[in-house]
Design a binder for this molecule. Structure first.
Ligand code: DON
Length: 309
């Protein structure tokens, strides 16, 4: 199909050609031993536009670990179960501390700053575990529905590898339980959460999955309502302010789009009413965001004039 995304194909190719310039400037995530073994010198980018067109460059069909990007979809799913009541248990402001900080949980007496820091995502996971009989299976089905791809699954080796080192998340879950903000068993919640993070998607799948967030919650191809009216705007607002943690301000300044990153090296960004973009390159900066991915989005947003501001 030669639609709106295809018009960006030459620019995406240039960006992918340029990516090796950034290799060596970051470090692959080491907190998950299995991810530390990923080849660092990889790059992919995909753009999906509302007309159904997709343009790519680099290894755009190679699946990677979505990690914290899962938090966007687990949040959407939890909101579908509990609605706005979720906000009694989780805040909507940037945390000002690292995504896995326990200090902030203490300071806020067990109400995490937002759903994208790990403690917030654990509360979200608690909602899923409480309401879904098979939460991991349900979560994968939700991703598949958004991305329209039956290939999406969980990398159980990555999940097992993370669980062997997830002391901080176990601690966060225990602390949340102590404050009365987890209904389920803390270890079971960490187990489910870690498996959500270990979902694998390619850049093409991720861009397609985020497209409803650019389209008022509707599947652009069928018009099917995947999110109720108004919700995608709110999710986008949270991504803009909290999606890149401590780098959210810098990202808003340099790129100007709602986005969510993961320590697998992917970033997904939303251009409301136009497109969704995903990038992947495993080397991360000090704040846990893909170095080449961040630079790629900065260039694409500038040259294609995509900033929401
Ligand atoms: O819980 C963790 O720390 C990881 N499973 C996910 C962290 C992550 O992706 C943060 N994003 N940049």
């Amino acid at each position: 199909m030669n639609g709106e995304a295809s018009a960006l194909a030459p620019l995406l190719a240039e960006i992918a050609n340029d990516a090796p310039r950034y290799y060596g400037q970051g470090r692959v995530n080491t907190s998950i031993p299995k991810l530390a073994a990923v080849d660092p010198n990889q790059f992919a980018i995909a753009v999906a536009t509302l007309d159904g067109d997709v343009a790519t460059a680099g290894s755009a069909n190679v699946p990677f670990s979505i990690q914290s990007i899962s938090k966007v979809f687990s949040l959407c799913l939890a909101l579908s179960y509990v609605g706005e009541d979720l906000w009694d248990r989780v805040g909507r402001n940037p945390s000002g501390m690292r995504f896995n900080s326990l200090t902030r949980v203490e300071l806020e007496k067990g109400r995490p700053a937002n759903p994208f820091v790990n403690p917030g995502a654990l509360v979200v996971a608690d909602c899923l575990v409480e309401r879904a009989a098979t939460p991991i299976h349900t979560f994968v089905g939700y991703l598949r529905k958004f991305a329209k791809s039956a290939r999406i699954g969980i990398d159980y080796d990555v999940a097992r590898s993370e669980l062997s080192m997830a002391f901080r998340n176990f601690a966060a879950a225990s602390l949340l339980k102590d404050y009365g903000n987890l209904h389920g068993d803390p270890n079971g919640i960490v187990y489910a959460y870690t498996h959500f993070c270990a979902a694998t998607m390619s850049c093409v799948e991720l861009a397609r999955a985020a497209l409803p967030l650019a389209n008022e919650g509707r599947d652009p191809a069928t018009g099917q309502e995947l999110l109720p009216p108004g919700r995608s705007r709110r999710i986008n607002a949270l991504m803009l302010t909290c999606g890149l943690y401590d780098a959210a301000g810098d990202f808003a300044y340099r790129v100007g789009l709602p986005a969510k990153s993961g320590v697998g090296g992917a970033i997904v960004a939303v251009v409301p009413n136009r497109m969704a973009i995903s990038v992947w390159s495993p080397e991360l900066d000090e704040l846990g965001n893909s170095v080449a991915g961040f630079a790629a989005l900065e260039r694409l947003a500038r040259e294609a004039d995509l900033s929401v501001f």
